[in-house]
Design a protein. Structure first.
Length: 97
C-alpha cells in the first residue's frame, strides 16, 4: 500500500531543474548536480501533472481516469516515482494545505 501521507502532499518542481520533451518522453536535468533523469511516457504524464498543480491526490485521480490500472497499484507506482524524483533533488515534497 502506498504511503498515505505522501498521497496527501504537494509536490513542487525545484527551480534548478530543466526539462525537455524528446519524442513524447521527458529528460530532466538537475543544474545543481548535473545529473540527467529520463522519464517514460507515463512518468512524463506525471511530470506534466506535477507542473500543472502538484497535488498528489489529484494526480492519482487523473491517472486513474486515463489508465486502466487498479487504484492501489497506481498509487504505489506514483509514490515510488515521486520518491525517486525527490532522491534526485528534482522535486520538493510538502504537506498539502
Amino acid at each position: 500500500m502506498a504511503d498515505s501521507s505522501l498521497l496527501a502532499s504537494r509536490i513542487r518542481i525545484n527551480d534548478d531543474v530543466l526539462s525537455q520533451d524528446l519524442n513524447g518522453e521527458i529528460v530532466l536535468l538537475n543544474l545543481k548536480t548535473g545529473v540527467y533523469f529520463g522519464l517514460d511516457v507515463i512518468g512524463t504524464r506525471v511530470w506534466q501533472l506535477l507542473a500543472d498543480h502538484g497535488e498528489v491526490a489529484k494526480i492519482l485521480e487523473v491517472l486513474l481516469a486515463e489508465y486502466d490500472v487498479p487504484r492501489d497499484r497506481c498509487a504505489e507506482d506514483l509514490v515510488t516515482l515521486i520518491v525517486k524524483l525527490q532522491d534526485h533533488q528534482l522535486v520538493t515534497i510538502s504537506p498539502s494545505t
